[in-house]
Design a protein around this ligand. Structure first.
Ligand code: FDA
Length: 310
């Protein structure tokens, strides 16, 4: 793992750094590249503008590792409101939640209750709830919460991370559920014992997982793949596979983050491919922002230029 990535991911967990960085105007300025604003209205405005370009969206309210039941319930109420506003505004927009925002750290039953509340409302409104995947300590518990919710409704999807060695087995075990899976490379700091350390290995595993999932359509009716990457090479490889194997377009969509690889996003839309952009908003952006910096060293230069007033 690259030294800069390592340092940034360590920094993402530092309360000391978070409290200082979030007050700095230059940090706030550079965050705006990745999020349209801190408020739901900012995210909805951006979703509307993307929809006008033929791009669907996913909204996520930033926050993680909550410690109080009342906070988790407040997050749940917030997402219920978001689902209502999405419906009222006619947007093609999903929501994506972190289970540690719904109480996973301290009360699994409460987390499941909050998750089911959201999934059932999403189902009633013709929407779907994506579950983000957090650090490796959470994978087993997140999968369990997903499975329980999936048994009650098809309107829930789960993110899996290609850098984890266990993901091939996890994906295989989910196939009987006909799952909606969002595949990503993975954004956390994980030891080499459980995660591929070399980019080439992560990319190779991503391709293998995506193509084997798409190939398993006979065994997994209803399965749907969100291909969450901005990697042009990987996307080209998957595009070739989809064309060669004549995978129906209804089985997949491409998913990217707001503000990243905008040209590639336009190319996909121009070629008639289904694309969703994930828009983050909220005040608790620091750890999320540090993970975005860690994904690309050039982002650190971008912040440094801001620091120097450029
Ligand atoms: P890679 O990092 O190799 O980047 C490929 C190219 O994309 C780079 O060369 C660069 O051009 C561009 N790029 C990528 N990241 C950039 C950035 N931050 N700034 C500027 N350019 C950048 N992770 C996780 O662990 N749990 C989760 O739940 C999710 N959820 C999620 C949802 C969606 C819709 C997406 C797109 C991603 C996530 N992720 C995630 C993040 C994911 O794990 C991964 O860290 C990022 O997508 C970056 O990896 P890429 O696949 O883009 O490849």
């Amino acid at each position: 793992m690259g030294l800069i990535r390592n340092v940034l991911l360590l920094g993402s967990q530092s309360v000391w750094l978070r409290e200082r960085a979030m007050r700095r105007p230059f940090v706030r300025r550079s965050v705006s590249r990745f999020m349209p604003g801190e408020h739901l209205e900012d995210a909805l405005r951006a979703a509307k503008s993307l929809q006008a370009q033929g791009i669907g969206t996913i909204l996520t309210h930033l926050g993680e590792n909550l410690v109080e039941a009342s906070e988790a319930e407040e997050v749940t109420r917030h997402y219920l409101e978001v689902l209502g506003q999405i419906r009222a505004s006619g947007l093609d927009t999903r929501i994506s939640v972190k289970l540690t925002q719904l109480g996973l750290d301290f009360d699994a039953a409460l987390c499941q209750k909050n998750l089911l509340t959201l999934v059932q409302r999403a189902e009633a409104l013709g929407n779907l709830v994506w579950i983000d995947m957090e650090g490796s300590d959470y994978v087993g518990r997140t999968l369990e919460q997903y499975r329980n919710a999936r048994l009650r409704s098809a309107q829930v999807g789960i993110c899996l991370q290609a850098y984890l060695r266990r993901t091939a087995a996890d994906l295989e075990s989910l196939l009987p559920l006909g799952p909606s899976v969002r595949l990503v490379k993975g954004a956390y700091r994980e030891p080499a014992t459980i995660a591929f350390a070399r980019k080439a290995d992560v990319d190779h595993n991503f391709y293998t997982l995506a193509t084997s999932f798409l190939s398993a359509r006979e065994r997994s009716p209803g399965a749907f793949l969100g291909i969450g990457t901005h990697d042009p090479r990987l996307l080209r490889g998957i595009e070739d596979f989809v064309a060669r194997e004549q995978i129906p377009p209804t089985r997949l969509e491409y998913e990217m983050l707001y503000g990243i690889q905008r040209r590639l996003q336009q190319e996909l839309i121009g070629a008639g491919r289904p694309l969703r952009v994930l828009i983050s908003y909220g005040e608790f952006w620091f750890p999320w922002y540090m993970r975005r910096l860690a994904e690309r060293p050039a982002n650190v230069l971008f912040v440094a230029r801001n620091l120097l007033g450029g």
